[in-house]
Design a protein around this ligand. Structure first.
Ligand code: C2E
Ligand code: MG
Ligand code: MG
Length: 756
């Protein structure tokens, strides 16, 4: 039985080991004949050699898992050792190694190594046996106990040497320790050596007694033992293969399980990741939604320019405090309604961008006046509101109104422009008792209008009387809307007289309203309402048409009337309309009067409110061929720079100056200044409100061209004018008797025309 190592060309250590063994083997073969007696090789020996080679090459059993073959050849080597001595054994071992090497490898080194290894181990066995038992060939002559000891030693040495060499080779190849390798692969093979040695020993004894015949009988026994052993090894092989298979399957299953586990873990991880991503996405979307909801909420309740709460949010808060006031008797609050005075001027003169900046700055300034609990809101345009929440007493609202006015005394610096502004404030108090936010805002708004009417830059606290007045205005507005179609409006005419000759020069058309229930209503009581509601546009156009028709009629009546002119008032609201020019042109065409006999009066303040656009409009009106007058001159703080650019023909001195002419020296100086100003600019002057002869005398002295006033006539209806227009006007004889004595101090007007 021998062991063969199949190496697969391993590095240097293996190669070195192999060559060493080859050298040792060769040395063993060469040295053997020197100290061992060469036996007589008979036919029987040759037969054993042949069987050994044949059997070992035919019946090699591979040990599972390692490339090692166990053969039955050791039994024959033991037999030859016992029968023919050490030398024969070594030679047979070398030969057997050579043949089994040829069977398992083609490389000469491997074949030589295999042969040398067998030679070396047998050589070692022989040496040990000789040392302990003497000549190997003589062992069979020993008594039984010594023989058994010798055979046992032989088997053991052969076993250790053989498996030792193999284990070293294998260990070098696998890089495992020699001990572990030997233990794992070769420990168990000792039994085969012992069995082989026992068989050999038994055979040798039988050989001695029965000669060659025992071999004939023994051979089948050996064959049976061998085949049994072969079978046993096959069993091991198959069990081992099964175990290996099972192990592989187990490992495979383990691997698959681990793989599945890993897959599962990965999947779980992916799932968790996916879930996390999903959650993150959801969160992102929900926060985005929240954000945009917030955004929309904010946008719905805030003003984009100033970022202040808007009317809707103010109303919400008002609802809340109204409810609270109902539950807590001593809880009080107030609403301040603010409207910037002359904000339009800022927009028109400095541009909308500065206007916007003013609104923003105003918002911040208002915020700086109020407490944390209060709310500043922008209601639209130049309107703001302040809700004072939980005030100690109602005077607090007035104090706040005062504080805001004071805060506005310092100018705003807007892109390098110093802008001053004031505000009119209306205050509504919770003590009035409100159920709806809208009512409270409405009342604050009403109070604000009262403040505006009082001259702006002040505050007014709402009272019930204002409400009554507001209701009255609303009723009036409705009535005024129907006044034109119901023909309740009339036009009265007031003469304008040449102060030089006393001749009638023309008329001013002044509207009157004959209300079916309220009776006669003054223009000063409904013109502002008409302006606020926009009704002034159709009303003004109606007056214009009516006056032009009337002038045409009078001019047509008599050649003496041909040069009479008609003055018609235009409101600031009309002047702001681009369509005005074409509307006037149309009236002139329809009534077929010469445009030069139409004078359009525009108040100084209406012109100055929007000076730049007024210049443009006046030029277009002038282009129609009509004449232009500035009404109420002296009250509107005219800029001389602008006055110079206005294409006007006439200045009408406000009656407030004319009325005070006799009172103080400076009053007459104002009129004198206006007259000389007009003179310098090539304009004519009409003095309004001439009531006394002394005023008339003074005006004539100042070379004022025209006069208008009760001294000559009150405004009267067209019929009244028609009756005396055909005759010489009454004032001519009385007021202008002769050029020499026109100054008659203290004398009253002698002529009284029928008053309207
Ligand atoms: P105005 O254009 O300055 O008209 C002169 C006003 O002075 C008239 O008042 C006239 O009756 C009054 N008046 C004339 N002489 C005297 C006098 O000697 N003493 C006194 N105390 N008053 C005198 P009226 O008719 O009440 O008109 C008031 C204002 O209403 C007008 O002032 C004018 O601004 C406006 N108005 C009148 N009719 C119209 C109109 O058709 N359209 C427009 N837009 N405004 C009109
Ligand atoms: Mg007028
Ligand atoms: Mg006037």
């Amino acid at each position: 039985m021998d062991t063969v190592i199949q190496t697969t060309g391993w590095p240097r250590a293996t190669t070195l080991y192999r060559y060493s063994i080859i050298i040792c083997g060769a040395a063993a073969l060469v040295s053997a004949p020197r100290w061992l007696s060469i036996p007589h090789f008979d036919l029987r020996f040759l037969f054993l050699v042949a069987v050994t080679i044949l059997v070992s090459s035919r019946f090699a059993v591979q040990i599972p898992r390692v490339n090692t073959n166990v053969t039955v050849s050791d039994t024959f080597i033991f037999l030859v050792l016992l029968l023919y001595g050490g030398f024969a054994g070594i030679v047979l071992a070398a030969a057997e190694g050579l043949f089994s090497g040829l069977r398992i490898s083609k490389t000469p080194v491997m074949i030589a190594f295999n042969s040398a290894m067998m030679a070396c181990s047998t050589f070692l066995t022989v040496v040990v046996l000789r040392v302990f038992f003497g000549s190997v060939a003589d062992l069979r002559t020993f008594e039984l106990s010594s023989f058994i000891a010798a055979v046992g030693t032989m088997a053991m040495v052969q076993y250790f040497a053989n498996t030792g060499f193999s284990a070293i080779g294998l260990a070098l190849k696998t890089r495992e320790s020699v001990w572990l390798t030997w233990q794992k692969h070769y420990l168990w093979t000792s039994i085969t050596y012992l069995a082989g040695a026992a068989v050999a020993a038994a055979t040798v004894n039988s050989f001695a007694k029965a000669g060659f015949t025992i071999f004939i009988v023994g051979a089948p026994v050996i064959a049976i033992i061998y085949f049994t052993y072969h079978k046993y090894l096959d069993e091991i092989k198959s069990t081992s293969a099964q175990a290996e298979q099972a192990e592989r399957q187990r490992a495979e299953a383990e691997r698959a399980r681990a793989e599945a586990e890993r897959e599962r873990a990965e999947q779980a991880e992916r799932h968790v990741e996916e879930l996390n991503r999903h959650i993150a996405e959801q969160e992102r979307i929900s926060s985005q939604l929240k954000e945009s909801k917030e955004h929309f909420r904010h946008a719905a309740f805030h003003d984009t320019l100033t970022n202040l709460p808007n009317r809707a949010l103010l109303a919400e808060n008002l609802k809340f405090v109204i409810e609270r006031a109902k539950q807590h008797e001593d809880y009080q609050f107030a609403v301040l309604f603010l409207d910037l005075d002359r904000f339009k001027n800022v927009n028109d003169s400095l541009g909308h961008s500065i206007g916007d900046q003013l609104l923003i700055a105003m918002a911040r300034r208002l915020e700086s006046c109020t407490r944390e609990a209060d709310m500043v809101a922008r209601l639209g345009g130049d309107e703001f509101a302040v809700l004072l929440d939980g005030i100690p007493d109602q005077n607090e609202a007035a104090r706040m109104g005062q504080r805001i006015q004071e805060k506005l005394q310092s100018p705003f610096n807007l892109s390098g422009h110093e802008v001053f502004t004031t505000t009119s404030i209306g205050i509504a108090l919770s003590s009035t008792g409100y159920d709806h936010p809208e009512n409270m805002l409405r009342d604050a708004d009403t109070a604000m209008y009262r403040a505006k009417a009082k001259g702006k830059a002040c505050y007014e606290i709402f009272d019930k009387g204002m409400h009554t007045h507001a209701v009255y205005l609303l009723q009036m507005e409705n009535d005024l809307r129907r006044a034109i179609e119901r023909e309740e409006l009339r036009v009265h005419y007031q003469p304008i007289v040449s102060l030089d000759s006393g001749q009638l020069a023309g008329f001013e058309a002044l509207v009157r309203w004959q209300h079916p229930e309220r009776g006669f209503i003054n223009p000063s009581d409904f013109i502002p309402l008409a302006e606020d509601t926009g009704l002034i546009v159709p009303l003004g156009l109606w007056v214009l048409r009516r006056a032009c028709e009337q002038l045409g009629q009078w001019q047509w009546q008599s050649a003496a009337n041909r040069s009479l002119f008609m003055s018609v008032n235009l409101s600031g609201k009309q002047v702001a309309r681009p369509k005005l020019v074409s509307e006037i042109r149309q009236v002139l065409e329809e009534t077929r009067i010469d445009p030069k006999y139409l004078k359009l009066e525009i108040t100084e303040s209406a012109v100055m409110e929007n000076a730049e656009t007024a210049v443009q409009l006046l030029r277009r009106l002038k282009a129609l061929g009509v004449q232009l007058s500035i009404d109420d001159f002296g009250t509107g703080y005219s800029s001389l720079g602008y006055l110079h650019r206005f294409p006007v023909n006439t200045l009408k001195v406000d009656r407030s100056f004319v009325g005070r002419i006799g009172e103080a020296a400076e009053n007459i100086e104002i009129v004198r200044t206006i007259i000389s100003l007009a003179e310098n600019m090539g304009m004519e002057v009409v003095a309004e409100g001439v009531e006394t002869l002394s005023q008339l005398a003074q005006l004539r002295k100042l070379n004022c061209q025209y006069g208008q006033g009760y001294l000559f006539s009150r405004p009267v209806d067209a019929e009244s004018v028609s009756t005396w227009i055909s005759r010489k006007p009454h004032w001519q004889e009385a007021l202008f008797p002769s050029k020499s004595d026109y100054f008659v101090p203290g004398q009253p007007a002698v002529v009284q025309l029928r008053s309207a």
